[in-house]
Design a protein around this ligand. Structure first.
Ligand SMILES: *[C@@H]1O[C@H](CO)[C@@H](O)[C@H](O)[C@H]1NC(C)=O
Ligand SMILES: *[C@@H]1O[C@H](CO)[C@@H](O)[C@H](O)[C@H]1NC(C)=O
Ligand SMILES: *[C@@H]1O[C@H](CO)[C@@H](O)[C@H](O)[C@H]1NC(C)=O
Ligand SMILES: *[C@@H]1O[C@H](CO)[C@@H](O)[C@H](O)[C@H]1NC(C)=O
Length: 333
């Protein structure tokens, strides 16, 4: 299919950016069913594929147009995006027709899809205090624990090894942290690194506990997307009369993504068999902005950028397309 090969080309580029650490190289050839039996996804709106559809009304929702206008069948699935999310590209590269289903779409009897589950919830963060009425990371992990237990039960008794083998070969994908940082943005003191550390350290400590918990359950292959140019998303830029990026928020994000990468390196050293790859969304955005000629052809950036939520309505900002986070397609915020 034409569209599929189009996507494949895009994927090679997307994955090229997930250049990852020496520990786990996420290149297309490494993403086959043989090497990656399943993918488990945790995080926020950057990777939510529809869990929030099942939450009460006050949770953030994206199951209506224009969300999904570039998705299969122009379906608004609950993805906060015009089209596909990075987890969709990864799943397609793994040869899957679709990215793993939202956890909340599964009935108790069918909680163990063979190729993985998506636990992500838009608006959520690492800290339990981040986001209201959404699925906090601690709950996402507990939900995974339930699925892992079902997987183990579903395996014939003398075949228990297969579950642990498949968990340790599976990919655990995280895209989280932005909402934690947004929650503290108002308490930043420009130029004060001490204050910044006070914000970042507890979030990183909590993330460390969460990753260790999953390691304890058998997870070994981790892929983590760092926070991007948070000060440049349309919802933040519209707060500035001249539509400039918020430099303080970008600086906080840089600090946080650096700390995230350092945490992964630490875990890699201290936990036997822990492998990771880190996607530096922050650097990617800067490089792409600096050289649209080089990258422009390869990255699908929608014409449509929308500001939603903060404004209480949707607003079309054509110019914002140059600033679209490129790790996904156009993340709509
Ligand atoms: C659209 O997406 C929803 C949620 O994923 C799904 O239940 C529905 O079947 C999809 N509709 C079409 C026409 O594909
Ligand atoms: C996963 O566990 C199985 C069985 O214990 C082992 O043979 C395999 O090497 C492990 N794979 C990884 C990536 O740790
Ligand atoms: C910087 O932040 C720290 C911690 O919040 C605070 O104690 C200190 O007074 C701040 N310094 C300045 C110059 O604002
Ligand atoms: C983050 O890491 C980059 C690259 O190592 C470095 O240039 C930058 O100064 C760091 N920034 C912060 C805030 O830690």
């Amino acid at each position: 299919m034409k569209q599929t090969s189009f996507l494949k080309n895009k994927m090679n580029k997307v994955l090229f950016f997930l250049l990852l650490c020496h520990h786990l190289l996420l290149q297309p050839e490494a993403l086959s069913a043989a090497t990656l039996p399943a993918i488990y996804v945790f995080g926020d709106s950057t990777v939510d594929v529809g869990n929030n559809n099942y939450l009460p009304d006050d949770a953030p929702k994206a199951n209506f147009p224009p969300y999904g206008i570039d998705y299969w069948g122009q379906n608004s699935t609950g993805r906060f995006c015009n089209g596909f999310l990075v987890v969709d590209f990864i799943a397609m590269t793994m040869g899957l027709a679709a990215s793993p289903p939202p956890f909340l779409s599964l009935s108790k009897a069918k909680r163990t899809p063979r190729r993985g589950v998506n636990f992500a919830s838009a608006g959520s963060g690492i800290l339990p205090t981040t986001g209201n009425d959404v699925i906090a990371m601690s709950t996402q992990i507990r939900d995974f624990e339930g699925v892992a237990a079902d997987l183990a039960l579903g395996t014939r008794t003398n075949n228990k090894k297969r579950v642990s083998a498949s968990l340790n070969e599976s990919l655990f994908f995280f895209s989280v942290g932005s909402n934690d940082l947004f929650a503290f943005a108002a308490t930043l003191i420009p130029g004060n690194d001490t204050r910044m550390d006070e914000i970042v350290t507890p979030i990183i400590d909590e993330f460390k506990n969460q990753l260790k918990m999953l390691y304890g359950m058998g997870a070994r292959k981790f892929a983590v997307a760092g926070t991007g140019l948070l000060g440049c998303i349309p919802a933040i830029r519209v707060l500035d009369p001249s539509y400039e990026c918020n430099a303080d928020l970008n600086y906080l994000s840089m600090h946080f993504k650096n700390a995230t990468e350092a945490l992964l390196e630490d875990l890699c050293i201290s936990l036997h068999g822990f492998k990771y790859s880190f996607a530096d969304a922050y650097e990617m955005s800067i490089r792409i902005d600096a050289d649209l000629q080089e990258y422009g052809d390869h990255i699908y950036i929608s014409e449509l950028a929308l500001v939603h939520g903060a404004m209480g309505r949707m607003l079309r900002i054509g110019e914002a397309k140059r600033r679209g986070p490129v790790l996904t397609q156009h993340h709509i915020l």
